[in-house]
Design a binder for this molecule. Sequence first.
Ligand code: HEM
Length: 299
Amino acid sequence: IIYRYQSTRHSAWTGIQDPGKSGAGSPIAELEDDDDGAKTRPEIPTFTLDEEGSNKDAAPGDTQKDIQATKSKPSSRLGTSPPPPPSSIMPPPPRPSPNAKRKPEPSLMPPPPIPAPTPRAPPTLSTTLRPPPSTASTLRAPPSRSLAPPTSSLSTSTLSPSARPSKKVLLDPGHSPLDWAHLTANPPTPTFLRGAEVPPQLIRVPPSALKWHNGRKGRDAWGVWQGKVYNLTPYMKFHPGGVGELMRGAGKVVEGEKLFNEKHPWVSWENMLGECLVGILVSENEVGKGEGNELEEMD
Ligand code: HEM
């Protein structure tokens, strides 16, 4: 009987209908009927102990009275006979009022655990319809640093200064790129930039003459770029890479242009040293052809 009652209470917690509820003759069905206002009370078999300790069936409806009587009667055989089983004197559970609304009864049993909410929300329609990343997007390169706004530096380099180690030297005062631009536009003498020994017109320069102008022993330093010979001497102290670097190509046919292109191909030789042009590089056999007059056509 106790089991049945607990089952009924459990059914009240969970709202789950006991399958035996609708079964014909089910004890639970009897209880349920009773709870819903049925008129019959289920018979609870009880028994009492008489003077001799023997069980005696009690009539239905006399349960409480019998128990009270049994409790008040001192047993003369205490200690000699085993006590009656506890279930025999346990009072029946309180019956709920037929008209009272069924409320969740206080219980020592904790309610069934509520499943913890999942940390992730279920995917919505928008997320489930989102296409997977395409192959093109995985091959896409990260944003380039070249998209950064250009700096206001006066440097002629197109690369970021932090992207390469600098080998620039500290130039003397009055030898900045702007000072060089001013000097080439306003030379102190007509021969200052091309050299005092060079005639006003452009000349043919054989390799031997180029080699002799290597910048040593007071001689000018000549350099070659695209077959044209330039006097590097006035630019030496204006060179951001230093005199030593510029001297590496002095008096040489191909090394100067090769080094120039390795170090800074973005620099315009022609624009910077245009006023320093001496002539054109020719073979040793070509020297003297046309007496140098034809070189005037280069201007
Ligand atoms: C043998 C030939 C040359 C060598 C070996 C050479 C070497 C160098 C070096 C090492 C630098 C420093 C680069 C840096 O660290 O930023 C430099 C800078 C520079 N050189 Fe030359 N140079 C040569 C010829 C020339 C010539 C003939 C000119 C002019 C037409 C020139 C113009 C410059 C300029 C303008 C810079 C500054 C570049 C910048 O700020 O980005 N160089 N050079």
